[in-house]
Design a protein. Structure first.
Length: 428
């Protein structure tokens, strides 16, 4: 009860409109498709009218393409607005920010996988609605944000920074791993006995599960949810995580600038799109997102750089929710693999290892590195050299003799201090 009260006091200060949005979202999750689509259109129209009035950048853009928000008849009308990427948010940062005087804004900063630091101000309603959407997802698993939880994120080795982090963790009823030695893992496992959920980088959850299994200290936990975010969840993670914690990792998809896009459904295992807050488009297999509450720093037709797979619009989820379904986030687009004569998208690795898992029942965790054209160092976590012929056959399907692979088995592919990147290149 004490953490419930502490959390609500914190929300009253930081996110005063959060519970208002949460109650609305719990109500709207029972709507039919027509009601959801009508609400999305109405909110979009109001949002774009506001943006035209207060953003210098978008006033020029809308005028240039002849887009008049007040004349919108359907969401298709906004497709004349040019698609943007992170470079536009960086280059036109000041002009994109709106001139409206909000009661409350917070500075956000993100570098993502691109390494480019983006800073922007997020209005309180945007932040609150985003958190409300996340908490609605939690509610599907009978979890509350103030419940005792384990947290997996990058940690700072600086002692002062660790001290500050530990204080914040206590206030938020959470705990984390600051070291992967046996003593700290045992302490962490003991704390899990009173936890309701785990969340954070999926690779760090997996690494901790492996260590707990190796030490033989897995116990009967009362966990209700294990949420992975910011990274792909490899097929091979499930066995270790289920063995250690009793559940598989579920997916949450979004980014700091786009907000929460989708949350995994406990019934179908796919992700429901947060249609009340965002619009998701698919252009040439790539996600394009509009955040309908980003009034301080409008995110409109923003290309995140991920390849996605959407369900058919007639797909009916057994849970009864009518929100559109995101079937899969297949990987990052943008980085290129350079062969001796050709260039390949880094997403090619996704298909190589996905095919192995589906067709040969071989689940491998990998990290590829490229330092020179025509050569790839492929580190595999599993010590399974007997799989080399099947792996090489899949590699040859996509690369032929254009890329030489150095395959190393039984390698550590995660440094425990941040996101796991499946492809690292020094050529771009």
């Amino acid at each position: 009860m004490i953490y419930n009260n502490i959390y609500k006091i914190g929300v009253r200060y930081r996110n005063p409109s959060l519970w208002q949005y949460y109650i609305f979202l719990k109500n709207s999750e029972t709507w039919n498709s027509g009601q959801l689509q009508q609400f999305q259109f109405d909110r979009c129209k109001d949002f774009l009218k506001f943006v035209y009035k207060y953003s210098d950048y978008y006033k020029l853009v809308f005028d240039a393409v002849g887009f008049v928000p007040s004349m919108m008849q359907s969401l298709d009308d906004m497709k004349v607005i040019p698609i943007i990427d992170k470079s536009v948010l960086l280059d036109k940062n000041k002009e994109i920010h709106t001139k409206y005087k909000f009661k409350k804004v917070r500075l956000s900063e993100t570098s993502g996988t691109s390494g480019q630091v983006l800073k922007f101000y997020r209005n309180e309603e945007w932040d609150s609605a985003n958190r409300a959407a996340m908490f609605r997802g939690y509610s599907w698993y009978d979890v509350y944000p103030w419940d005792r939880n384990g947290y997996f994120w990058g940690y700072n080795i600086d002692k002062k920074a660790q001290c500050r982090t530990k204080i914040l963790d206590v206030l938020q009823n959470r705990f984390r791993v600051f070291s992967y030695d046996e003593e700290h893992i045992r302490i962490f496992a003991n704390k899990l006995k009173k936890a309701k959920y785990l969340n954070g980088y999926s690779s760090m959850i997996y690494e901790t599960a492996k260590l707990i299994n190796q030490l033989g200290i897995s116990d009967i936990y009362n966990l209700k949810m294990i949420k992975g975010t910011s990274e792909k969840i490899y097929d091979n993670y499930d066995d270790e995580v289920k063995k250690a914690f009793g559940h598989k990792i579920i997916s949450e998809y979004g980014s700091a600038e786009s907000g929460l896009i989708a949350f995994e459904c406990p019934e179908c295992g796919n992700m429901h799109i947060n249609i009340e807050n965002v619009i998701v488009e698919e252009e040439n297999g790539e996600i394009v997102v509009t955040n309908l509450l980003s009034r301080s720093f409008p995110i409109i037709r923003y290309k995140l750089g991920d390849s996605i797979l959407l369900a058919d619009e007639n797909f009916n989820c057994p849970c009864g929710r009518n929100h559109p379904i995101l079937l899969d986030v297949q990987g990052r687009i943008g980085k290129s693999i350079y062969g001796k004569t050709k260039k390949y998208p880094s997403l090619t690795f996704y298909y190589v290892f996905k095919n192995l898992a589906l067709n040969k029942k071989i689940a491998l965790n990998y990290q590829a590195k490229q330092r020179e054209k025509g050569k790839i160092i492929l580190n595999i976590e599993q010590d399974s050299p007997e799989c080399i012929y099947d792996l090489q056959a899949e590699i040859d399907k996509y690369f032929g003799k254009d890329v030489d692979f150095e395959i190393n088995w039984g390698k550590t592919i995660h440094a425990h201090n941040g996101k796991l990147r499946d492809f690292i290149t020094e050529l771009e």
